[in-house]
Design a protein around this ligand. Structure first.
Ligand code: ADP
Length: 699
């Protein structure tokens, strides 16, 4: 290479070195003098060296002169090692602090340069700035670290929700308190590394907490006994306070609580392995259900995930305990009700509308229906063939028992309906049934409740009584007619024979009067029997009601001297006619009966008003009234006055009678399409009102 070419090559080398992105420097191995460096290396040094050595002034000087002492020692020792061993030195991410650029990072290498004999005579330093990469990596590491932290938080939260969800799911399916406790504790224990978990339920009556469930723990018997029953006023067991608060009781570290005197050292919690303690009061709305308590090996803080998890679980456990408590209350009520119903002497059956089957029946029902209880429940009420028409002893049609069920399921309320049960063995039983539909709040019918009693015995007695009445009346009629006949013959004889003394005449008159009374009574008894057998036939025809009434009043007036009977016509002339279609003998019987009573129950005599008018508001009806000033009827008796054999004065009444007159009056008027009612004031008198239809026939 000639001199010119060589100079050019050196120039090119300088240009290359000047623009290289790495710092390059050459050191001598004897005293580590800086022989040569490219501009980047100088720039690097200028940031670092004192002003006396900047701008390339270090060139030609050993580094001990220009490099600060401490750095020089370590760098010289590196240079020496490379020079002696001939092996490259490599430094990664060397931190370089400069006045201008702050912290920068460099990778640098120190390579030995061998001379021709193989000895190392030069050291080549190449420094490469990696600040950008290092900073980027540090950023990435930081981002990664915070991501991991976030991941850890999410994982803790996920775990917390998983425990809560498991507890919620497990307890949701439990309907009794015991199962709720076990399900909750198993779920918590499975997910948690707590030492022990227990649930207490509140006993508001005893003002105490009762141990519901405890996870198998190394507790001794004595400790479990202490835990079993904790009165609210216990100062020893801190969870006794839970009923007074909504927020959890937390002891971060049991050991330090003992040291500070907060907890008694004999407290069951105090064991060497326990640190954290949490007691969550279990509230459902405003009802304190109990406590959830857990102890932990680790110390517990206010933001510990264990605390948050237990609070979350507590909400579900409290709801499940409340549900179980209400369920138990309803079950107890049901059991109590069934115990009462089971003992009742009436048969009770509940039929479900969804399937028409009997869902409940008591023993009496099974007895009456002649079917074992086990085959009754779960089956529909027995159907009877439509050909099986049942009639009672009076030939009246009686509904089969299951008709009541059908009518009630369709919404009808039935009270005291005579029904008939045809038992599987073919025997019939008379029953008195009442039934009501069972409805939801929105009115939908969900079933029917039927109560019935066996009245076969009563029916039989009633039948015998009626038969006796009927036979007795018939049998009495013949001799009474004979007595009447003979008495009338005697009366006729006496009227032609003036020799008879007054006592005999009075005796004959008395026989006739008493016989007439007896005949009336027998007729009334026969009428009752006819009514019951539906054999009381009316013989209606067209009559003038005013004429009938006038006739009755006139004939009754002759029977009493103490009373003054008078006929009042309201809105009518005495010449008017009120034509009606009725059985005249029966209406005469009705009016005579009422007037008779007015006389009988006015022992001191007085006015008796018999009135007639068109019924107010119903001109097609006539209104008749019989008003007396007698003893009157107590208000409490008024609703029963028309019942058969009912007497207002009771058996002690000094006025004789059988209590059948008004019953017949009511039956007869009703069978004519009219009705009777009474107004009365005790001690002031009574008024009986009879309304009768005035037939269109009168036109
Ligand atoms: P009896 O007169 O034979 O007792 P009733 O059937 O005629 O039977 O009357 C039933 C009851 O009604 C009587 O026992 C009496 O207590 C009461 N009663 C009926 N009419 C009157 C009246 N006008 N005044 C007071 N009480 C009456």
């Amino acid at each position: 290479m000639d001199g010119q070419t060589k100079a050019k090559a050196e120039q090119y080398t300088d240009i290359m070195l000047e623009h290289m992105p790495v710092g390059v420097a050459l050191y001598d191995v004897h005293d580590f003098r800086l022989l040569m460096a490219n501009p980047l290396y100088h720039k690097f040094l200028d940031n670092y060296l004192g002003p006396a050595w900047t701008g390339g002034r270090a060139i030609g000087h050993p580094l001990r002169e220009w490099l600060p002492a401490a750095d020089a020692t370590s760098f010289v020792s590196i240079c020496r090692t490379v020079a002696e061993t001939g092996r490259r030195y490599q430094a990664g991410e060397y931190v370089f602090q400069s006045r201008e650029c702050g912290v920068t990072y460099w990778n640098w290498t120190l390579d030995p340069i061998h001379e021709s004999e193989g000895r190392v005579n030069l050291l080549l330093l190449i420094a490469n700035e990696v600040t950008a990469q290092v900073l980027a990596r540090q950023e990435a590491e930081k981002a990664h670290a915070s991501l991991s932290h976030a991941n850890r938080t999410v994982e803790v939260e996920r775990k917390r929700l998983e425990v809560i969800e498991t507890v919620a799911r497990n307890v949701r399916e439990s309907i009794d308190t015991e199962t709720v406790g076990k399900a909750a504790i198993d779920a918590i224990n499975f997910h948690f590394n707590s030492i022990d978990v227990c649930i207490h339920v509140a006993d508001p009556v005893q003002q105490a907490l009762r141990l519901l469930h405890i996870h198998d723990t190394p507790y001794d018997k004595q400790t479990v006994t202490v835990m079993e029953y904790i009165p609210y006023n216990s100062s020893f067991m801190m969870m006794a306070q839970a009923h007074n608060r909504r927020d959890p009781i937390v002891i971060e570290d049991v050991a330090s609580a003992v040291a500070s005197g907060l907890i008694d050292s004999k407290h069951p919690l105090v064991t060497p392995d326990k640190h954290g303690f949490i007691c969550v009061p279990l509230w459902f709305k405003d009802y304190f259900e109990g406590t959830l308590v857990a102890t932990f090996q680790n110390v517990i803080h206010a933001d510990s995930p264990e605390l948050k998890t237990l609070i979350g679980c507590g909400t579900h456990i409290a709801a499940a305990l409340a549900h179980a408590r209400l369920h138990a209350t309803i079950e107890n009520e049901r059991a109590r009700l069934h115990a009462v119903l089971d003992q009742l002497p009436e048969g009770i059956v509940i039929v479900d509308s969804s399937n028409g089957c009997i869902s409940y029946a008591n023993a009496t029902a099974a007895d009456i229906l002649g079917t074992p209880l086990t085959s009754l429940v779960g089956t529909p009420p027995r159907r009877y063939p439509s050909t099986h028409v049942v009639k009672d002893t009076y030939n009246r049609l009686i509904l089969p028992w299951n008709f009541v069920v059908i009518r009630t399921l369709s919404g009808e309320k039935i009270s005291s309906q005579e029904t008939m049960v045809i038992r599987p063995d073919g025997s019939n039983m008379f029953t008195l049934s009442s039934a009501t539909p069972i409805r939801l709040e929105n009115g939908v019918i969900t079933g029917a409740a039927i109560v019935f009693q066996d009245i076969t015995a009563q029916k039989s007695i009633e039948q015998q009584k009626n038969e006796f009445l009927s036979i007795a009346s018939h049998e009495l009629r013949t001799p009474t007619t004979a007595i009447m006949g003979y008495a009338e013959i005697l009366e006729m004889e006496a009227s032609q024979d003036s020799s008879l003394d007054p006592i005999c005449l009075h005796a004959i008159a008395s026989i006739i009067e008493q016989s007439e009374g007896l005949t009336r009574l027998i007729e009334e008894m026969l009428d009752i029997s006819r009514i019951e057998h539906e054999q009381l036939a009316l013989l209606p025809s067209v009559h003038d009601l005013l004429k009938t009434l006038r006739h009755v009043v006139e004939s009754q007036a002759t029977t009493t001297s103490k009373h003054h009977l008078h006929l009042i016509l309201q809105g009518l002339e005495s010449t008017d006619t009120l034509m009606g279609y009725y059985d005249e003998a029966r209406i005469t019987q009705v009016l005579s009966n009422l007037i008779n009573n007015a006389v009988k129950y006015s022992p001191s005599g007085g006015e008796i008003e018999v009135g007639l008018r068109y019924a107010p508001g119903a001109p097609g009806d006539a209104l008749i009234w019989v008003k007396d000033q007698g003893i009157g009827i107590p208000a409490s008796e008024l609703p029963h006055i028309f019942n058969r054999f009912h007497r207002a004065g009771g058996r002690n009444s000094s006025i004789s009678g059988l209590g059948i007159g008004l019953y017949l009056v009511n039956e007869l008027v009703t069978s004519h399409g009219g009705h009777v009612r009474v107004e009365s004031t005790e001690g002031a008198g009574s008024t009986f009102f009879v309304t009768l239809p005035l037939h269109a026939n009168q036109e």
